[in-house]
Design a protein around this ligand. Structure first.
Ligand code: ASP
Length: 339
C-alpha cells in the first residue's frame, strides 16, 4: 500500500504484448519491451495501484519452459509476502492456457495471480495489450478475485486457469473457456464473478527447477495403429497423455498400445474435441473409455489434453506416480467445480 493505493506486482515474460518491430512495415515482431514500459503504456494505471514491475524473461511464449514458470511462481510468492494485493504476469498468448494452469496447480496463496497478454503488438493499431493489462490489474485488485487460484484476464473477461483455452490463432477474442464460459467480467472498472470461488488444494511444486519429467502428449487420429505410442514409451517417457476421439476413445490397435504403455508408465486419456469430459461408463468397445480404464489408463475428466499433461507433469516432477495417486488426482482436478 502506498499513498492509499494497494500494490500490484507485474512480471513480464515476453510475448506479443511486449513485441515491437524494427521494420518500416511493422512486420517480424519480436519481444523487446520491459515490464516497466508495458505498465507505462497503460493510461490511468498509476491511479488504481502502486505498480512494482519486473522483467523475468523476454521470450516468445513457445519458448517458455517450466523452469521459468517455477521462477515466476517464486517471484509471485515473494511479491505477495512483501505486501502486494495481487500479482499479474504478462506473456505470449500461445502457451498462456498452459502456463496459467501450471501456476494454478502450485499457487498456494489467497491473493489473485492473474495472467494476460495481447494478440496485437505494442505498436499495432488498436493494440490490445494496455486494455488487457489494465483488466488484469483490476482483476488482481478485486477482493472477489481472492481464493480463485490463477486467472486469465483477456478482452475484459476473466477465465479460470483450469478451463481457459486459446481458441483462435489471431482474433483479439482468442480466449474462451469452452465447457463453462468465463467466470467473470471486467465492466466499467469493476470485476464481477458469476459464482463464488471453488478452490482446490495446491500441489507442492518440485523442489528442483531442473526437474523435467518427460510427459508427451499424443493426439490420436483415424487409422492410428499405436506404433507412435509404443515408440514414445520405448524412448523413456515418464508418463503420457493421449488426446482421444470424442469422450476419450482410440482405435482397437491403439487400445492395445495404451495397455502396453499403462503397464509401464502412467497413461491418461483425454478428449481431443476441445470441450466436454471423458466418459466413464458409456461405451464398452475396444478403445472405449471403459476398455482403456480396464487396461490401466485414467480419464482426464473435464481437463483438456494440455491441462491433463501439465497435471501429470506436476505429479511426475516429484517422482514415479502410482496408479492410485494418478486416479485420485484426476478424479479431484478433472471433476466439475461443484461436484
Ligand atoms: N507467438 C506469440 C507468443 O505466444 C503470440 C502472442 O503473444 O500473442 O509469444
Amino acid at each position: 500500500m502506498s499513498n492509499g493505493r494497494p500494490t500490484v506486482a507485474i512480471a513480464a515474460l515476453g510475448g506479443t504484448i511486449a513485441s515491437t518491430s524494427s521494420a518500416a512495415d511493422g512486420s517480424a515482431i519480436v519481444p523487446t519491451l520491459t515490464a516497466e514500459s508495458l505498465a507505462a503504456a497503460v493510461p490511468g494505471l498509476a491511479d488504481v495501484a502502486e505498480i512494482r514491475a519486473e522483467t523475468l524473461a523476454t521470450v516468445p511464449s513457445p519458448s517458455l519452459d517450466e523452469a521459468t514458470l517455477l521462477r515466476t511462481l517464486r517471484w509471485a510468492r515473494e511479491a505477495v509476502d512483501a505486501g502486494a494485493a495481487g500479482v499479474v504476469v504478462t506473456q505470449g498468448t500461445d502457451t498462456l492456457e498452459e502456463s496459467s494452469y501450471l501456476l494454478d496447480l502450485f499457487w498456494d496463496r489467497p491473493e489473485p495471480l492473474v495472467l494476460t497478454g495481447a494478440m496485437r503488438s505494442a505498436q499495432a493499431p488498436g493494440a490490445d495489450g494496455p486494455a488487457n493489462l489494465l483488466a488484469a490489474v483490476l482483476t488482481a485488485l478485486a477482493p472477489a478475485s481472492r481464493e480463485r487460484g490463477a486467472l486469465v484476464a483477456f478482452a475484459d473477461e476473466v477465465h479460470a486457469a483450469r478451463w481457459v483455452a486459446k481458441t483462435d490463432a489471431l482474433s483479439t477474442g482468442a480466449f474462451r473457456s469452452p465447457s463453462f464460459g468465463a467466470v467473470g467480467r471486467c465492466v466499467e472498472g469493476e470485476v464481477r464473478y458469476v459464482a463464488p470461488p471453488v478452490r482446490l488444494a495446491p500441489l507442492a511444486p518440485p523442489t528442483d527447477d531442473t526437474a523435467n519429467p518427460r510427459v508427451p502428449l499424443l493426439t490420436t487420429y483415424l487409422g492410428d495403429d499405436g506404433s507412435v505410442l509404443d515408440t514414445v514409451v520405448a524412448g523413456g517417457a515418464d508418463g503420457v497423455v493421449v488426446a482421444g476421439f470424442g469422450a476419450g476413445h482410440v482405435s482397437a490397435s491403439m487400445a492395445e498400445a495404451v495397455g502396453r504403455a499403462a503397464a509401464r508408465i502412467p497413461v491418461v486419456f483425454a478428449s481431443r474435441t476441445g470441450a466436454g469430459p471423458t466418459g466413464r461408463a458409456i461405451y464398452g468397445y475396444p478403445g472405449s473409455e471403459v476398455d482403456l480404464a480396464a487396461r490401466g489408463a485414467v480419464g482426464a475428466g473435464w481437463l483438456s489434453p494440455l491441462k491433463a499433461r501439465l497435471l501429470l507433469w506436476a505429479l511426475a516432477s516429484r517422482g514415479p506416480v502410482g496408479r492410485d495417486e494418478l486416479a485420485a488426482a484426476f478424479e479431484v482436478r478433472g471433476s466439475l467445480p461443484t461436484g
